[in-house]
Design a protein around this ligand. Structure first.
Ligand code: FE2
Length: 494
């Protein structure tokens, strides 16, 4: 049981963090088996109908950030369904997170969406799409260092304070912030093991975690652990070090190879792919995880299904239901996290606040990370300690194949977005591939809320101005048409 707040105040910081989490977690209703979904793709109402047609009951939906009009319609049409929230755009891994105008805008939007839905938790990837002025289309995990974990904890405390102040869930409490174990896309960087990174966060912030099984597989694959450990042994070791008492939700989603990346060995080069089918070995990993007696605050299991065919979702949710339908979520723990920690022995000691020098060092390390991932010159960043902590053999898969595809095709194919401008560039001998180094040529810090599609439009217009100035007007007209159509599409629901 959790202690009353006035008693908890006298505890050591680590114990206080555990008590604070426990107090919040005990208020969260058991959610059961659910789906983590996107409102638009596939259409949520068609998906719900298809599940109902097959008599497949679900306990909740975790809804990805969408337009407010769309969320209001969900709340109205699915009034009986508990809704959780999957946020986006809160770059909690970054040392300049607190106080930035972009953060404030994203927080305002997030709080507003949470209040529409009345969610008991907000889940956000412990990862970022923007760092040190460089923007990416998909998530990059944090630097796995102790200072980086402490910065995440500091930012998580700050977000939770805003949730406490300005947000109310369906039972009159503040939603709990959950951070999700991020996927690795061919590489990760750092000198702290991933589960220990999350232990540092847990000991300094009262947040919960989402354990994504597919993401865990990518860490096994791209950390090199597969070279010395079987998957089962790796998962066992990971789970013994990870703060499982903080896991509030589990995700299960598809994995697939990238179309631009060829397999080098028998072990597949899968990456996170929500539109792809769920490999059977992830169900085995989930069974191994659920056998743990330390999942004392687990409230929901969800398959994550955006950009996926409805027929495949229904089929996989049916399998999920058949295999895990008997699982009972925690309804309130009678064993506190610190008891569980004591049982396992050892706690990471608490420490003073992050110094300005440490923050500046970490900011430089993130600049080095972004420039290294993008294949640019690592200007002004001496991060030699991290040089040894990056797998240079795997990095090219990201830098030379995945990332150019992301900039040129993913989330908006440039030739389809700008057909007339692309023709002018072709005729003038300007290769579209030059847009990739242009994108990463220098840092461009933005205070706008993150939107990869709008970023792409703006950067492409700037690229055309740089590479073929006489085509400016054509590019500007296509950009204006795209922007209007995009905003209209974002407001359309159901
Ligand atoms: Fe996930």
């Amino acid at each position: 049981m959790s202690l009353p707040l006035d008693l908890a105040r006298g505890l050591e910081p680590v114990e206080r963090s555990n008590h604070e989490f426990q107090r919040r977690a005990e208020r969260i209703q058991p959610h059961g088996l659910g789906l983590s979904v996107d409102l638009y793709n596939p259409n949520l109402f068609e998906l719900v109908q298809a599940l109902q047609d097959q008599a497949l009951a679900f306990g909740y939906l975790e809804l990805f950030k969408a337009s407010e009009a769309g969320l209001k319609e969900v709340k109205q049409r699915l009034a009986h369904v508990p809704i959780a929230f999957h946020g986006e755009g809160l770059w909690l891994t970054q040392p300049d997170f607190i106080g930035r105008p972009q953060t404030e805008l994203e927080l305002d939007a997030t709080l507003s969406q949470l209040n529409i839905l009345g969610c008991q938790w907000i889940n956000h990837e412990c990862a970022t799409k923007q760092m040190a002025g460089y923007s990416f289309g998909t998530y990059l995990p944090p630097l796995f260092t102790r200072t980086a974990a402490e910065v995440v904890a500091e930012n998580a405390r700050s977000v939770q304070a805003r949730l406490d102040r300005d947000c109310v869930d369906s039972v009159g409490c503040a939603p709990l912030l959950l951070l999700e174990l991020p996927p690795w896309t061919y590489f990760g960087v750092g000198n702290l093991d991933v589960p220990l990174f999350f232990r540092v966060i847990a000991e300094q912030a009262p947040c919960g975690f989402v354990l994504d099984i597919g993401h865990l597989w990518t860490i096994y694959r791209y950390s090199g652990a597969w070279q010395t450990l079987s998957l089962r042994d790796y998962v066992a070791r990971f789970l013994s070090d990870f703060p499982l008492e903080r896991v509030v939700q589990i995700h299960l989603a598809g994995l697939a190879p990238h179309e631009q990346v060829q397999a080098l060995s028998d072990l597949p080069l899968w990456i996170d792919a929500h539109g792809a089918s769920i490999p059977p070995l992830l169900f085995e990993m989930l069974s191994q995880l659920l056998a743990s007696d330390r999942l004392t605050n687990l409230k929901g299991l969800a398959i994550e299904v955006d950009t996926k065919e409805i027929a495949l979702i229904v089929q996989e949710f049916g399998q999920f239901h058949a295999r895990f339908g008997g699982w009972q979520p925690a309804s309130g723990s009678n064993r506190t996290s610190e008891q569980a920690d004591a049982r396992r022995g050892g706690q990471v000691e608490s420490r003073p606040a992050i110094s300005d020098a440490e923050r500046a060092r970490l900011q430089a390390d993130y600049r080095w990370y972004a420039q290294t991932a993008a294949g640019g010159q690592t200007v002004g960043a001496d991060s030699s300690s991290l040089e040894a902590a990056i797998d240079r053999a795997m990095l090219p898969l990201y830098r030379d194949a995945y990332l150019p595809y992301e900039i040129l095709h993913w989330g908006g194919d440039l030739r389809m977005m700008f057909p007339e401008t692309s023709r002018l560039l072709d005729r003038s001998g300007v290769s579209l591939d030059r847009f990739v180094p242009f994108w990463f040529r220098e840092p461009r810090v933005s205070d706008e809320p993150y939107d990869f599609f709008l970023l792409k439009i703006g950067r492409f217009v700037a690229f055309v101005h740089d590479a073929l100035p006489w085509a400016d007007e054509v590019a500007a007209q296509e950009a204006a048409d795209l922007t209007v159509a995009y905003h209209v599409a974002c407001e359309q629901v159901g």
